[in-house]
Design a protein around this ligand. Sequence first.
Ligand SMILES: [Zn+2]
Length: 297
Amino acid sequence: MKKLVFCLLISAVFQTISAQTANSFYTDIVSKTSEATILNHLTTFENFGVKTVGSKALTNAENWITDYYKSLDYTDIELQAFTYRKGTSNNIIVTKKGTKYPDTYIIIDAHYDTINGPGTNDNGTGTVLIMEMARLLKDIDTEYSIKFIHFSGEEDGLLGSKYYVKNTVIPQDLDIKLVFNIDEVGGVNGLTNDTIVCERDLGKPKSNNEASNAVTIQLASYMELYSNLKTEIANAYASDYMPFEDQGFTITGLFEKHESPVNHTAKDDLTHMDVTYVYEVTKGAIGAALEFAVASE
Ligand SMILES: [Zn+2]
């Protein structure tokens, strides 16, 4: 999504950021992030082609993502099917159990469907970021449970995340600490991509806005601690955190500072983005995930 919608950017410099220090155990994990692996995964994602719902390309991507989690020895992998006019596809939901609060979840999500093109930036970047995060967190204890969710149907109106909220979150009364959405973090080739936008909820209901603001300020500080990126805060809109936000959950998210001029076209490929930027965003996001889920040695 994320096209044509006005994005209110509020440039922000946080005095509190410099006061925080990176956790050395987390820094060690973050340092294992591999730019080569990210490039390799983005190339694979791109080569599947246009991943619209109902296409063979989307099924191929789904199988690739699912097989990847299996290869990492994740065991709680759920495919949640849903159907609309274009066809049937699956949300991929991978759960990592927390040690102290196994029934409280950090949801880290990105959509893997694309529209009109291979979607290497929108949203191969979020897809691959979460895959790399899941690799590095696999054998790390976290106090909170984490759900890595790859949503489908996003480009047709957030349909996968809406389905998940309606059919899993609400009926199971899931205890969600926060939703961390990653959508389009590839930047623009040829520009200086040195800033990541951290997104907070300013919309209705208002009851969850304060918590979202607090978590987003935390996210910005973690991004600066664990990557070489600068941060800005902006409002959340038009991505898979919105169905959660509508139900009052605490949300935050990441989005590129320089917005791709080619998203939702055939040109959304590796040549139009900046893989090193994805690598930096991934490092920051992994640091943030370790902090939010309270990882320990
Ligand atoms: Zn997207």
